[in-house]
Ligand binder design. Structure first.
Ligand code: AMP
Length: 284
């Protein structure tokens, strides 16, 4: 595996790699876990070469968020990726991604406005801008993202469609189902912020979500199922709930009733102590 942090070297290396087959890209912020590695394995199944980026993107963190505290473990991450057969680790510095005078923001309306977009103003502008830049750096034939960040996936697909990002074409933005711990908690780099008691309490989030989906499937009104979910999560010790909604899986329009024909998604963000956890599950 080649670890690269300058654009010229990246471009030269990728020009050579591309001659022997397609390139798949997995953007990350590091602090890797099995969720990230699952994306890498899916990418390796689909393409000759896998490029992974590690870049903790300051632009997607709000002023009072965890940018400085965000876990960084380059050596361990690098070993994990090398063991997976990754061809290139793209690890640009902040000055490479945002050189002095940087003044451009990509803002995706609609899908980025509710949910995490409402509780984290500016977050998806930061995500869209950095992903557009990383796509331009790597020019991959396909890119892999986790369904764990369902709204992020919708924002990136919308951006790829709207900006005619030929590489990767929107059809080649591939969502990978959420990888979970054995008790059901979605894997996340932020789970390491949880102390042991909080980690035990955290399972209430997926449990309450499964309960709400089962209730909706068996005919409980959506509002009653969501009220029970909130009570379950808060009763388990979560400090607050940013949102808990059933939404159209594609448009992310909030639904007050179970849709008849279209897929729906339950999306939740809640705080346990100072740690913000997000999760989502399909109704079908
Ligand atoms: P992050 O490093 O948290 O920005 O995540 C990098 C990529 O890994 C994103 O596409 C995430 O959606 C994906 N990812 C994070 N956690 C998981 C998980 N538990 N299962 C599947 N994909 C994940």
């Amino acid at each position: 595996m080649q670890t690269i942090s300058t654009l010229d070297t990246l471009r030269g290396t990728l020009d050579r790699l591309r001659q022997s087959g397609p390139v798949a890209f997995v953007p990350t912020m590091g602090a890797l876990h099995e969720g990230h590695l699952t994306l890498v394995r899916e990418a390796a199944r689909a393409a000759a070469h896998v490029v992974v980026s590690i870049f903790v993107n300051p632009m997607q963190f709000g002023p009072n968020e965890d940018l400085d505290a965000y876990p960084r473990q380059m050596e361990q991450d690098s070993r994990m990726l090398s063991d997976e057969g990754v061809a290139v680790l793209w690890n640009p510095g902040v000055e490479t991604v945002y050189p002095a005078g940087f003044a451009t923001t990509i803002s995706v309306k609609g899908v980025s406005e509710g949910f995490c977009g409402a509780s984290r103003p500016g977050h998806f502008d930061g995500v869209a801008t950095v992903v557009a830049k990383l796509f331009n750096h790597v020019q991959p034939d396909m890119a892999f993202f986790g369904e764990k960040d369902w709204q992020q996936l919708a924002v990136i697909r919308r951006m790829a469609r709207d900006l005619d990002l030929a590489r990767p074409h929107v059809d080649r933005i591939i969502g990978v189902p959420t990888v979970r711990e054995s008790d059901g908690l979605a894997m996340s780099s932020r789970n390491r912020y949880l102390d042991p008691a909080q980690r035990r309490a955290a399972v209430a989030l997926p449990d309450a979500m499964k309960g709400a989906l089962a209730a909706i499937r068996s005919g409980t009104p959506v509002t009653a199922a969501l009220a029970a979910l909130r009570a379950h999560v808060l009763g388990a010790g979560f400090a607050s709930i940013d949102y808990a909604e059933l939404a159209d899986a594609q448009s992310l329009d909030v639904l007050s009733r179970r849709p008849e024909a279209r897929p729906a998604r339950l999306l939740v963000a809640a705080r346990l102590g100072t740690t913000r956890l997000i999760d989502n599950m399909g109704l079908e």
